[in-house]
Design a protein around this ligand. Structure first.
Ligand SMILES: *Cc1c(COP(=O)(O)O)cnc(C)c1O
Length: 415
């Protein structure tokens, strides 16, 4: 509920239990919901009554995560079939239901502050809309999110409030951080965060790695999984799954030119920097917050980490090339994030026929229409699930990026 511990580190599980032979036995026969509940139960134990945990998990995972093979060797794990059509739906849906459960007997409303560069806000809005006892205030940079993304942030109404900030994503994040430290705000609000620093977002992201494994044939081929990464929550969840026993030989940490993590794997030096803008903007992160969680999983031993994870990065031109290639060769439309995962596997696949390689397709290509249409020279329909946002009317409050203005607004709101 507090996102950050007092010492300003990040929460991690004290132990990560294994999936034992009992769990593996029938896994191939289970539905995605059933697998997810088993994984959640192993991770969470008896913290919640079984029937409540089951209900929360079943409600979270109410859309599929299919593996789509492009050829014998390379396939996509499609994580974009949820309401906001990005993988962040898993984390947002789980977290909202969990928080609502823990807050049910309190008369204090929870206020979630979230800064977004586009995708997080849409998933959080969809996940928390009309959830009892919780309101969400989304801060987004004016003019810097796509038209459709903005509609997803600003049209829900009810308990979802959109604040449009004249500034950058970094300004939005700075406002959120400052709000968490402000005593006046803390005495009015019970504040929480929905960014991937919150461990509750990572737990449900382990579910689909097991669901992926279920769908693959058991033919002795080793498995490589490539994860298009920004803040590295998705990769952290993959590494937790491996620790639970999921048979993945290698993970690929695939980034755009914001490549501090791939650089770290090679040099052992972690050098965060202000982020560079790319066409895979949900991965434009210069100081990935889950880096310390990955180090913790490997007891800060880089030599052990590089046995399990290799790095890869590419620039925008290469990302576009890969989108074109996958379309020409397989008729498969990649989004600019999944395209980087795909590319990292193509680059190694000619050497490694003993492997099967899966990349995570983290968003629906229709969320990035202008880029995809330009690259493929083809018009693409708006995805069904996002169409209705088109007709809705934007409703947001506009602010400059000064903290005092934002604070005044928060203090003057009815609550
Ligand atoms: C958020 C996001 C990512 C990056 O995920 P992390 O867990 O932050 O590494 C990749 N692709 C898309 C489409 C995203 O929205």
């Amino acid at each position: 509920m507090h996102s950050l511990p007092e010492d300003r580190g990040l929460y991690m599980p004290l132990e990560i239990p294994s999936f034992d032979s009992r769990h593996w036995k029938n896994l191939k026969e289970l539905t995605f919901k059933e697998i997810s509940y088993q994984v959640a139960k192993v991770l969470i134990g008896n913290e919640l009554p079984d029937n409540i945990l089951e209900q929360i998990v079943y409600d979270t995972v109410n859309f599929p995560a299919p593996v789509v093979m492009l050829d014998e060797q390379i396939g996509a794990l499609e994580l974009f079939h949820g309401p906001s059509q990005a993988f962040k739906d898993f984390g947002a849906r789980f977290m909202s239901r969990l928080m609502s459960y823990y807050n049910k007997d309190s008369n204090q409303k929870i206020t979630i502050l979230v800064a977004t560069s586009g995708d997080t806000g849409g998933a959080v809005a969809a996940g928390f809309h009309q959830i009892e006892g919780i309101e969400v205030i989304i801060l987004y940079p004016s003019g810097k999110v796509s038209h459709l993304q903005e509609k997803q942030l600003t049209t829900y109404g009810d308990n979802i409030i959109a604040c449009e900030i004249e500034g950058t994503f970094d300004d939005c994040q700075a406002l959120v951080k400052q709000a968490f430290l402000d005593d006046d705000l803390k005495s009015k609000y019970s504040l929480s965060s929905a960014n991937s620093i919150n461990i509750a977002r990572l737990i449900p992201q382990t579910f689909y790695y097991f669901e992926m494994w279920k769908q693959l044939p058991e033919d002795g081929k080793e498995l490589i999984v490539s994860v298009p990464s920004g803040n590295f929550g998705n990769l952290t969840a993959g590494l937790i799954s491996k620790k639970m026993g999921l048979p993945v030989s290698k993970f690929v940490a695939a980034t755009n030119i914001n490549k501090v993590f791939p650089d770290y794997l090679i040099t052992g030096l972690f050098r965060p920097h202000p982020s560079f803008s790319t066409i895979s903007n949900a991965m434009d992160v210069g100081n990935p917050s889950n880096f310390v969680r990955i180090l913790d999983l490997y007891e800060h031993k880089r030599d052990r980490l590089i046995k399990d994870v290799e790095g890869f990065y590419c620039n925008d031109t290469e990302t576009e090339e890969s989108m074109k290639e996958a379309f020409d060769k397989y008729g498969y439309i990649l989004d600019p994030h999944g395209a980087i995962g795909y590319r990292s596997l193509v680059k190694r696949s000619d050497k490694e026929e003993v492997y099967r390689s899966i990349f995570l397709e983290t968003a629906h290509p229709g969320k990035f229409l202008p880029t995809v249409e330009k690259v493929l020279q083809k018009t693409i329909p708006i995805p069904e699930k996002l169409k209705h946002f088109e007709q809705k009317v934007k409703n947001s409050e506009l602010f400059n990026s000064q903290f005092e203005t934002f604070k005044e607004y928060l203090l003057s709101r009815d609550y």
